[in-house]
Design a protein around this ligand. Structure first.
Ligand code: GTP
Ligand code: MG
Length: 197
């Protein structure tokens, strides 16, 4: 798919304030600092569309970006950032879970996993929760440029094997790098195919 136009639409503290139209949307979720905002910028070929930071905890609201005037990419705050106060953490988690469970136009959730990390309970629990809640999702392994190229595919495959212990049907997965733009065509084609159906 070719992105001809990508624009910031709105930042919302809750689902009631999200865009009222019913255009399909695709959300990005994962631990703080995993590269959600960077991936959105990479997909849109737009350096500063979503705000990124080397310090975890940058994204704090539900951010909608309108693509080709037809559909949305949604940048969510990260989960599992230990340095936040418990109250803030609980508020963010509640924002994320109600958005995911209640947003009817949410077509797919991309769960981002840093390819350098061994499977972590917090991600596996989140993936299991999505599956149990019947939310369509796929997995994106991020920061592939940080791993030697021969290790990338086997590492991703080993992670998917771990998920197989719990799930009979594995979700689709992608390998990405916001630095090299790896995965861009695959992810955009995937979205295009869903938009067509
Ligand atoms: P929060 O909003 O805090 O939850 O973080 P986020 O998941 O949106 O991460 P963000 O996109 O802000 O990126 C965090 C850091 O990782 C930044 O310093 C990025 O430059 C870096 N980063 C993100 N993606 C990649 C990647 O593919 N490769 C490399 N080398 N660095 C990346
Ligand atoms: Mg972010």
């Amino acid at each position: 798919m070719i992105i001809t136009k990508s624009e910031f639409s709105v930042s919302s503290p809750n689902i009631q304030l999200c865009p009222k139209d019913t255009k399909p949307e695709y959300a990005f979720i994962g631990r703080s600092n995993v590269g959600k905002s960077s991936l959105i910028n990479m997909l849109c070929n737009h350096k500063n569309l979503a705000k990124t930071s080397a310090t975890p905890g940058k994204t704090l609201l539900i951010n909608h970006f309108i693509i080709n005037n037809e559909w949305y990419l949604v940048d969510l705050p990260g989960y599992g950032f230990a340095k936040r106060s418990k109250t803030v953490q609980q508020k963010l988690e509640q924002m994320i879970t109600s958005y995911i469970l209640q947003r009817e136009q949410l077509v797919n959730v991309f769960v981002l996993i840093d390819i350098r990390h061994e499977p972590q309970a917090i991600d596996i629990d989140f993936i299991n929760w999505l599956g149990q809640s019947s939310i369509p999702f796929s997995i994106v392994f991020t920061k592939a440029d940080k791993l030697s190229s021969s290790k990338v595919a086997p590492t991703a495959a080993a992670y998917m094997d771990k998920l197989k212990e719990t799930w009979d049907e594995l979700p689709p997965y992608f390998i990405s790098s916001s630095e090299t733009k790896r995965g861009r065509d695959e992810i955009l084609d995937y979205i295009e195919n869903i938009n067509k159906t």
